[in-house]
Design a protein around this ligand. Structure first.
Ligand code: SER
Length: 883
């Protein structure tokens, strides 16, 4: 049975049992501070479990792209070494929100596996939660009872909190769970050892495939469990593992999900899969990581140096390390695997097909730049092992291994593998300490403590957003909590209704204030979390029960709206001018400016930028009215041509914003007519990653201010240039004149240097065995380099030289003394000492080497005295005998 069919059977099975089939949510999470990536199918329903969002369908089923590479669920380091761990995987799930519970969930799981898919009954083992006295949790005898209807007692096992109590993270919805394991060993092995003994023991052939979670509790920030008002079902089945079982394989990588990719790796690397252990590990690593990286990019998460982007970068680098070391590939090649990935998953996840070019470019560039870094890391490792050998040691310090990991992206397992070849190892405990220290550093850098919510008064309806129509509303507080950061405390307030727009879709949150007639409290930001609109303040009101007037800063809101609408017009204009391949890759809309990232493969020409800018301004002048539709079914909106963004999570009903030809799914706030934007001005266009460009632009008052500033600069220039007819011509001729003058000055300097030199040579005097020359240039001297240059020229022409030059430069006296090296030696003279003494005459000081020194001073009228003083030393020396 092909994997496609397996997936379809699952969805059909639950559809026919009253479940609504929903699409996978994005794998990259954008609005949850507690989670970077979807790590379970239930993430997208967290709001429903917490009762912050309404239940639209009490029964749902889907396949969800998950990534387990950080936080509570992290499998990254396992990947490659066995056949069933993955970073990215698909999770098949069925949910009940306050509808059916254990009995149906267990019965259907059994029916699906044994009847629909046909897994042999006696290969299946199930577990149930044995209870945990420390948390006063009782044994899940209910599940045990339901399982007994289907499974013989000796294949039902009790399990501890670690295996049988499922939690998404440190806080959130959770509950006891019941796991389904399958024993894939041969008959003979099964006879020799009872499968019971291998459940949850890490045996690669006795593995968990499905987890049925019975969500009953919420784990609060203080670590306590509180019962949820209603009970829910959350099941998650590893799709790749299920396919392995169905297809009779012993590794997920042998199924038709991975085979096209493994095949492509084999042919590009010229090696067969299954021929050598390390090569196989590398192939599995590459195949797995390719999926994670490609899906993350298609969700809009580019590799970067922070947060989610950094995690993706590390995954990709891990793959590069493996193929470089064990497949002998030293050129980018992962990007060439996209057709194979599309072959296996493109029909179910069309984002891969639509964004193929972008994904390929980004992966290619990342591979290329990391391969360069890698060379440095390998050199370092070679050096380290050579040093150790010399010292007769075998263990690389934790610090060094950590540096390799942190700076060069060498995962520990790989460093260890490379060292093993040479009979060496890593001080693992010390490495772990370094890792922990780094975790601690980043924890304390961002440490925030979020207290649990405090409810205010009776249950209030929450999150009726009225901000599209109004910027003020009378509101009541329904809950609040305190958030303590490193250096300040903030409060999160939730109201029954609000005019404040919470940050989303690139548009920043509204600011403003709340006022109850007694006190006024500024709202410094607004954002959304799990279906709640959270207003951030620096204090809570004395009386939280009074009604407030909530008032949004209208001016800022208008500017933001103007920038948001302009972003839509810009998107549309880019698609018209550059082509339909332009896809939005990110945007920021705030009151000051807008930033728009999009896919396009070369720099925009000046002409293209101008065309786009005028296309937008044309739409502004047309005064197009906003045409807004709410509650449109998402499929309907897309059929009408609305632009939906990949990686964005849309509800089943969406808001559609149209301004002329621009139609987008969007929850943001917009102007009433494009005319209100006034003016649109692009400030810059540049690259942020391979194939991704960024435009920054301004609108309205900011654009006007920008133009006024340009104008006043221009006026000032015109004034400085005496109001010429054509300012560009005037500047050009000025530049020409300037360069002609520079040439003249150069020529003049050359000549005056020459004439000064000649004059000095004419001034030479024989004093004993020395040739004494003294002099001052005629006319003004611009800088001291003249006397220096002349002194060095004369040194080359006159033997036994004793040269003293004085000059007044910008009203300051200067003195230079140059003495032939031979004279210095024979007469024990030191030009530095001489200028020091002589410069006292003009109130100055200086110094230098024995053969050449300079000095400056304050009394130019005494320059001649200083020259004479310096010359005196020549007379004294001339009469002195050698030695
Ligand atoms: N949430 C559970 C899991 O991820 C079941 O979906 O395993």
């Amino acid at each position: 049975m092909k994997s496609r069919l397996v997936r379809q059977k699952f969805l059909d099975f639950f559809r026919s049992r009253g479940h609504e089939i929903v699409p996978s949510a994005p794998m990259v999470i954008k609005d949850d501070a507690t989670l970077m990536f979807t790590n379970a199918g239930m993430n997208q329903f967290k709001d429903i479990f917490l009762e912050n969002a309404p239940v639209r369908h009490p029964r749902i089923a889907d396949t969800q792209k998950c990534l387990r590479v950080s936080g509570k669920h992290n499998d990254l380091e396992e990947v490659g070494f066995d056949g069933y761990h993955h970073t990215m995987f698909e999770m098949l799930g069925n949910w009940s929100f306050g509808d059916y519970f254990k009995q149906e969930a267990i019965g259907w799981a059994w029916e699906f596996l044994t009847e629909e898919i046909g897994i042999e009954r006696d290969r299946i083992y199930v577990t149930y939660f044995e209870g945990d006295p420390s948390e006063s949790l009782e044994s899940d005898l209910e599940s045990l009872g339901f399982w007994k209807r289907w499974v013989e007692g000796d294949r039902i096992l009790p399990g501890s909190k670690k295996d049988n109590f499922w939690e998404m993270g440190d806080s959130g919805p959770c509950g006891p769970c019941s796991e389904i394991h399958v024993d894939l060993r041969s008959e003979e092995e099964r006879r020799n050892k009872d499968g019971r003994e291998l459940v949850n023991k890490g045996d690669p052939l006795v593995i968990e495939i499905w987890n049925l979670v019975f969500i009953q509790y919420n784990r609060t920030a203080d670590g306590n469990l509180t019962a949820l008002p209603r009970k829910h079902v959350d099941t998650g089945m590893g799709f790749e593992r299920l396919c392995m079982v169905v297809q009779g394989k012993t590794s997920n990588y042998d199924t038709d999900i991975f085979q096209p990719i493994i095949g492509a790796i084999a042919s590009l690397s010229g090696r067969a899969y299954g021929s050598d252990d390390r090569g196989d590990v590398a192939m599995r690593v590459v195949a797995d990581h390719l999926r994670s990286v490609a899906f993350a990019i298609s969700d809009g998460q580019l590799p970067s140096n922070t947060k989610a982007g950094y995690v993706i970068r590390r995954i990709l680098r891990r793959a590069v390390r493996y193929y470089y070391t064990y497949l002998g590939l030293d050129k980018p090649f992962m990007f060439k695997l996209m057709p194979a990935l599309i072959e296996s998953m493109g029909d179910v996840f069309p984002e891969l097909v639509a964004q193929r070019a972008t994904i390929e470019r980004v992966i290619h560039e990342e591979e290329q730049s990391f391969l360069r870094t890698l060379a440095g890391g390998i050199k370092l490792l070679e050096q380290i092992t050579a040093d150790l050998r010399q010292k007769n040691e075998k263990t690389v310090s934790g610090k060094t291994a950590f540096e390799l990991y942190d700076t060069f992206g060498f995962p520990l397992d790989l460093t260890e593998l490379m060292l093993k070849d040479q009979g060496m190892n890593v001080d693992r405990a010390a490495f772990d300490r370094e890792m922990e220290a780094q975790r601690e550093r980043s924890r304390s850098a961002t440490a925030v403590r979020t207290d649990d919510w405090v409810s205010v008064g009776p249950d209030q309806e929450e999150e009726a957003f009225v901000g599209y129509e109004n910027t003020r509303a009378i509101v009541r507080m329904s809950r609040y909590r305190k958030v303590s950061g490193r250096d300040r405390e903030l409060y999160h307030l939730v109201f029954n209704t609000t005019p404040f727009y919470p940050e989303s879709g690139g548009q920043v949150g509204d600011t403003g204030y709340i006022d109850n007639g007694i006190e006024r409290i500024p709202v410094i930001n607004t954002f959304r979390e799990h279906g709640l609109v959270i207003h951030v303040t620096e204090r809570i009101p004395a009386d939280v029960n009074l009604p407030f007037e909530a008032v949004v800063d209208r001016g800022l809101r208008m500017n933001t709206a103007s920038n948001h609408t302009a972003t839509h017009l810009l998107h549309q204009a880019l698609r018209e001018v550059l082509g339909r391949h332009v896809e939005q890759k990110g945007s920021l809309v705030n009151p000051d400016y807008l930033r728009f990232d999009f896919s396009h493969f070369r720099k925009m020409t000046d002409d293209e930028v101008r065309q786009v800018e005028s296309a937008v301004n044309k739409k502004i002048r047309e005064g197009l009215p906003r045409d807004e539709m709410r509650g449109v079914p998402v499929g309907e909106a897309i059929r009408q041509g609305a632009v939906a963004l990949f990686g964005e999570k849309y509800g089943d009903r969406v808001r559609v914003i149209r301004f002329g030809d621009s139609v987008e799914l969007c929850g943001g706030t917009h102007v009433d007519t494009t005319g209100q934007i006034g003016l649109f001005k692009i400030l810059s266009e540049g690259s942020i990653a391979s194939g991704i460009r960024r435009i920054e632009a301004i609108t309205g008052e900011k654009a006007e201010a920008y133009c006024l500033q340009l104008e006043s600069k221009m006026k000032l220039l015109e004034k400085l240039l005496n109001n010429p007819q054509n300012i560009v011509d005037a500047v050009e001729s000025l530049l020409k004149e300037k360069s002609a003058l520079e040439k003249k000055v150069e020529e003049f300097n050359r000549r005056s240097t020459e004439s000064f030199r000649n004059e000095l040579l004419r001034n030479r005097k024989q004093v004993g065995d020395l040739v004494l020359i003294t002099g001052k240039p005629e006319g003004p001297v611009e800088d001291a380099s003249l006397i220096r240059d002349v002194a060095f020229q004369i040194r080359n022409e006159v033997d036994n030289l004793y040269l003293v030059i004085g000059a007044v430069i910008h009203d300051k006296p200067h003195l230079a003394v140059m003495i032939s090296e031979k004279v210095v030696r024979e007469k024990k003279l030191h030009a530095g000492e001489i200028v020091k003494k002589a410069s006292r005459e003009f109130n100055g000081g200086g110094g230098g080497q024995p053969f050449f020194a300079t000095a400056g001073g304050r009394s130019p009228e005494n320059l001649s005295r200083a020259i004479d003083k310096a010359a005196e030393f020549a007379y004294l020396a001339a009469t002195k005998k050698e030695g």
